[in-house]
Design a protein around this ligand. Structure first.
Ligand SMILES: NC(=O)c1ccc[n+]([C@@H]2O[C@H](COP(=O)([O-])OP(=O)(O)OC[C@H]3O[C@@H](n4cnc5c(N)ncnc54)[C@H](O)[C@@H]3O)[C@@H](O)[C@H]2O)c1
Length: 477
């Protein structure tokens, strides 16, 4: 069986929770030192249920409170739970889930069950499980197989337990990173053929699905929810707008007013970062390779420069390009003492961190996720999270953002499960725009936002259905 890639902890927006492994509130750390593997323990809930494997079922009450807190900030998925609860659109769905297991995904899982589904759930990341949440789910009677700090072997064992169980033929997969799909294809091909649909959340998993489809090996319909407009906007623009400041402050206690900041890349993530930085009074410079994004930056009142023009003077450098070696050793040699350097893009190669591992430089760990890299003359730069995504490493993602993702996932499952034969082929699809609009609409009431409605005359004039979709597929929001 394929072994887990080295970047397993970084993938996916599933990334969602590199952070969860790092910073989420949890009192489970102490018993993580417990040597006995959960697989060797006799496990039973207070009601005698034993089809699960978690670190410590006694943590369930604490996990339940965490789930209740998450529910407060996840209005969309809670609204969906309420609206569709009577219809049970997932009645008969048997879902194998492989996602991060935390308070927010617990809200999704419990919603799917309210909508009629049966589920079995494993974690998609060996570090991100909130043990107390897994315990709460098990206590509530969900077959959950996950704990923080699983070994590679545990990881696959847990997924296997979700796929291969007595009286259980899964017909849907909810994946984040493609591992449940992978295991079923490789180990249970006959079972996989019976699956009606796959919903995949991560960049990596989606990429694999497209590769399978291209090779003609995808025998099931898959929905790429990673690229749904609503999810994208929240993950890339709005979430980064909030978390960039939070992560920098937590890591360095920096004051932003008046600081000179270079942001490399003015895409969705870069735009989000700049809005926040400007709001706090920073002087923001942008480096861009794309004239359209560069012009947008100009229109937004930002100075567009080559990185080298300002590298000696800036206080903070943030990369957000998705590219590699955007900040080189040569640039870092030129930076002034105390410059904070961090990355918001997917890969940890945007900043050439490896080039800093030379004998002439000293690394000093200052805090968790904060290193001083010291030059022979005493100059030091402050490197955050060793160049990995700073917000996911040093901050957290708002539950509201995950509410958007969770709604998108739930609606994709409903759509695939209920689609009449012939609507979809064995290929990878995006969520229909109407559903993307529905995800957004589910979140409007929490802002007391009131949508205008098209009149018949207006709808005719615009050539639109009054109920949407309101934009063509090529529309850029
Ligand atoms: N930190 C997070 O929470 C988070 C969330 C979503 C996405 N991401 C990641 O952030 C990265 C950016 O995402 P996005 O949605 O903004 O992408 P995007 O494509 O909209 O923007 C990236 C921008 O960088 C520019 N660019 C590329 N190479 C450059 C270079 N050498 N110098 C200057 N500019 C350059 C591109 O022209 C583009 O405008 C991706 O890697 C994405 O996976 C991070």
């Amino acid at each position: 069986m394929r072994s887990r890639p080295a970047d397993a902890g970084h993938r996916s927006r599933g990334l969602i929770s590199l952070f969860i492994g790092c910073v989420s509130a949890s009192y489970t750390d102490s018993d993580e030192e417990d040597d006995v593997s959960p697989r060797e323990k006799l496990q039973k809930s207070t009601k005698g249920f034993d089809d699960f494997c978690v670190r410590n079922i006694n943590q369930a009450p604490f996990g339940r409170r965490e789930i209740e807190i998450a529910e407060q900030e996840m209005p969309g998925i809670m609204a969906l739970r309420k609206r569709a609860g009577d219809d049970k659109p997932l009645k008969g769905a048997k879902i194998v889930g492989c996602t991060h297991i935390n308070a927010q995904t617990a809200v999704l899982l419990e919603t799917l069950v309210e909508l009629g589904a049966c589920v079995r759930w494993a974690a998609c990341n060996i570090y991100s499980t909130q043990n107390e949440v897994a315990a709460a789910l098990a206590e509530a009677g969900f077959p959950v197989f996950a704990w923080r700090g699983e070994t590679e072997e545990d990881f696959w064992w847990c997924i296997d337990k979700c796929v291969n169980a007595e009286n259980w033929q899964p017909n849907m997969i909810l994946d984040d990173g493609g591992d449940a799909t992978h295991l079923m294809i490789k180990k249970y091909p006959a079972m996989f053929k019976m699956v009606k649909g796959i919903v995949e959340e991560s960049v990596t998993g989606v990429h694999r699905l497209y590769q399978l489809s291209k090779a003609g090996k995808l025998t099931v319909t898959a929905m790429n929810v990673n690229d749904s407009v609503t999810k994208m906007k929240f993950d890339n623009l709005y979430s980064c707008r909030e978390s960039v400041i939070d992560s920098l402050k937590r890591a360095t206690d920096v004051m932003f007013g008046g600081k000179q900041v270079l942001v490399c890349g003015y895409g969705e993530v870069g735009k989000g970062c700049c809005q926040a930085l400007k709001g706090l009074g920073c002087v923001v410079f942008i480096s861009e390779i794309d004239p359209i994004c560069a012009l947008q930056a100009c229109m937004d009142g930002l100075r567009v420069v080559k990185a080298n023009e300002v590298i000696r003077q800036v206080d903070i450098v943030i990369t957000a390009t998705g590219n590699k070696n955007v900040i080189t050793r040569e640039m870092m040699d030129k930076m002034k003492n105390g410059t904070i350097v961090c990355n918001m893009g997917h890969s940890n190669t945007e900043i050439d961190v490896n080039s800093l591992r030379t004998p002439d430089l000293t690394w000093e760990k200052v805090r968790n996720q904060v290193d001083h890299v010291i030059w022979p003359d005493g100059k030091r730069i402050v490197l955050l999270a060793e160049g990995r995504l700073v917000n996911l490493s040093c901050s957290s993602i708002p539950s509201f953002v995950i509410s958007i993702t969770a709604c998108t996932q739930a609606l994709a499952l409903i759509e695939l499960f209920n689609a009449p034969p012939g609507r979809y082929k064995s290929d990878v699809y995006l969520l229909p725009k109407k559903m993307d609009e529905y995800v957004a609409s589910l979140h409007l009431p929490s802002f007391d936002a009131h949508l205008s409605e098209l009149t018949d005359e207006q709808a005719k004039y615009m050539g639109l259905n009054k109920a949407g979709p309101f934009k063509p597929n090529y529309y850029r929001y």
